[in-house]
Write a protein that binds this ligand. Structure first.
Ligand SMILES: *Cc1c(COP(=O)(O)O)cnc(C)c1O
Length: 460
């Protein structure tokens, strides 16, 4: 077929120009973006991505924390193609499709005990919106008035839609929207590195403040939402052991629902299928996304217990229906590839492999701790954050305007690995299938990039 003249097949230069003229990139200052050399990815193979000019890069952040099996995986491609040969999309509004039923059953099977009902959407943010609305209406349907608010954790990130931002607590992203948001109660997420009392002090403060909040306000609170075990976007902050269990127990004691946001931590990333599994915690509502489809297509899910579901189950006249849904809810292509991804995870024992791979990464990165500007290396499974500090003794942060994390990632890109920082924290979240050899190579790039920038004064 002849290419329409207004859509050139595109040399690099042509595509850069069109990109700059027409694409508004997420979480990106476009003025800065347009001043820097553009990276245009053309294809992927295994855990490598290739740009339009043929350069190869390790996908050191799993294409923003999504990818499980690598790119261009024959089995995943085939699952999509097979479903495409039947139907690409059909709605779940009042009817069903085959892969969404099969995936729901599979999710109910692998999720923490009690989570048997699956509500689909298309991103982590929409999954969180659904969890919040479900929790709110749950109490209302039960005839319990006043439970209209939420508890969130300081520096939490739950997505970018307005409800998700309302329970978000990262000032840089969220403060500008404050007048649009519903208020939430905020308690500290235990940050051992920056707490004067260390892990123990941080944990005690979190639990004390949570209990205080619940004691005073439980009658106003529908649910607490938390990133279990690892708070991701705030800089890969790890909960001390026992914290999640204690939070779940407090929620139970004060009759507040627990929403676990497993969008980042789900599907093996932390070394178990779900982060909640590490402590045997069963939330009332659990949100999954990112790795659900192996990082292939935009499908998310909000799981609920029978107890939550039952509060909505009534004669139509009772007006307890959950009036929420999206055009692409339960998309068959996405559900088909998610099913195949989960099958491959089982067959290749991928979740079981994470602990050993994580240990290899920990050993390989450990020498970094001797460097003058590496404050802390935080790791849970294959979720790693390296916090860089201007002064190690006092744990003084680099000024945000130095963009030290961004510089390290730029250097890593030149050295052949892609990742994105979270402020002064360099993130390393490799695809779960990365081999030992690939992990070694990526760690090598990471170490060199950090030393070049923080000690060698490298600048682009
Ligand atoms: C990424 C993320 C989200 C938002 O998911 P999107 O698919 O980007 O909307 C929500 N919660 C957590 C913990 C995340 O890491």
């Amino acid at each position: 077929m002849k290419q329409s003249p207004s859509v050139p097949t595109g040399t690099y230069e042509q595509l850069v120009e069109l990109d700059q003229n027409h694409v508004w990139h997420p979480f990106t200052q476009m003025k800065q973006y347009n001043e820097e050399p553009s990276l245009i990815i053309e294809r992927g193979e295994g855990i490598m991505l290739y740009d339009l000019q043929g350069r190869s890069y390790y996908d050191g952040f799993s294409s923003v924390w999504l990818n499980v099996h690598g790119h261009n995986v024959p089995e995943l491609n085939a699952a999509i193609a097979a479903q495409m040969g039947r139907v690409a999309h059909s709605t779940l509004l009042g009817m069903a499709n085959v892969p969404s039923i099969q995936l729901a059953a599979e999710l109910a099977h692998i999720s923490p005990a009690g989570l048997t009902k699956v509500f689909y959407s298309d991103s982590g943010s929409t999954g969180v919106e659904i969890g919040l609305k479900m929790a709110y209406q749950y109490w209302r349907n039960r005839g319990i008035a006043g439970k209209t608010s939420f508890v969130t954790m300081r520096e939490a990130y739950h997505g970018d839609t307005i409800g998700a931002v309302s329970v978000g607590a990262i000032p840089l992203y969220h403060e500008v929207f404050r007048p649009l948001l519903f208020p939430s109660f905020t308690v500290p997420y235990p940050n051992s590195y920056h707490h004067e009392g260390g892990a123990e002090g941080a944990l005690a403060e979190t639990l004390a403040q949570l209990e205080q909040t619940l004691k005073e306000h439980a009658s106003e609170i529908a649910a607490l939402i938390v990133e279990p075990l690892v708070q991701g976007a705030s800089g890969i902050i790890l909960m001390p052991p026992g914290c999640l269990t204690a939070i779940a127990k407090l929620c139970r004691a004060y009759d507040v629902l627990l929403i676990a946001d497993e969008v980042a931590t789900g599907f093996g990333r932390t070394g178990r299928m779900f982060a909640c599994d590490h402590e045997g915690v069963s939330p009332d509502i659990m949100v999954v996304g990112k790795g659900l489809t192996g990082g292939y297509l935009p499908v998310a899910a909000t799981l609920a217990t029978h107890e939550v579901y039952n509060a909505f189950y009534a004669d139509y006249e009772e007006q307890k229906t959950f009036f929420h849904g999206h055009s692409f809810t339960g998309n068959p292509l996405g559900c088909a590839v998610a099913l195949e991804s989960l099958r491959l995870m089982r067959e290749r024992r991928i979740v079981e492999s994470v602990e050993e791979k994580g240990q290899l990464v920990a050993d390989r990165l450990a020498p970094l701790l001797d460097r003058p500007h590496v404050g802390e290396i935080r790791q849970q499974g294959l979720m790693i954050g390296i916090e860089l500090v201007a002064d190690k003794q006092s744990k003084t942060a680099y000024h945000w305007n130095e963009r030290i994390g961004m510089l390290v990632c730029r250097r890593a890109r030149d050295l052949g690995m892609l990742t994105r920082p979270l402020g002064n924290v360099v993130v390393f979240i490799p695809p779960l299938v990365s081999t030992n050899e690939e992990l070694e190579a990526m760690c090598g790039i990471l170490i060199q990039a950090i030393i070049d920038v923080t000690e060698g004064g490298w600048r682009p």
